[in-house]
Design a protein around this ligand. Sequence first.
Ligand code: GRF
Length: 203
Amino acid sequence: LKVGVLVSGNGSNLQALIDLCRRPGFPAEIVLVVSNKPGVKALDRAARAGIATAVVPHEEYPDRLAFDQAIDAALRTADVEFICLAGFMRVLSEMFVELWRDRIINIHPSLLPSFKGLHTHRQALEAGVRFHGCTVHIVRPRLDDGPILVQAVVPVLPGDDEQTLAARVLKAEHKIYPQALRLVAEGRVTIEGTRARIDDQFL
Ligand code: GRF
């Protein structure tokens, strides 16, 4: 499975996916990393792993659709079959998401459907939840919506602030994103409307 990863920053989730895909015989290969920002660490991580990179600066496009079309063109040129959003900080248009229907997954730092959007750790602390976590889901046009593939739970501890909670969630992200990509690459995910069925006979 040829995978394209869209990034915007540090790329720690990208690194987790790179480390998984480099295992011998793994059924997915990252063939392109696209960033909407130049010079970010995620691009260095890709280059160090010998993966092709592209930068599509969103501010150089007149509107969201033109930007998405440039992203789409870069992905198609690299024969990408499946997209992983990894710390990608742009909202993709409905046109793009439908073009790649059920072939885009994203990792969101909360237990969806709780705490959609940004500043999820602040939302969790303000809500006083005892457990927080992260979610890998199929991307649908509505933000942070779509069939859930994998989730992980972390405790909210006394004295936690946004930074300590974010760090705990990020560690869990690095575990579940590779798990989710493995399930997809092994053809064990079936999308049925708003839910994903995982063929977990081997789990
Ligand atoms: C992090 O806040 C993570 O929770 C979210 O995207 C941000 C950057 O992640 N998924 P990364 O280090 O660029 O993968």
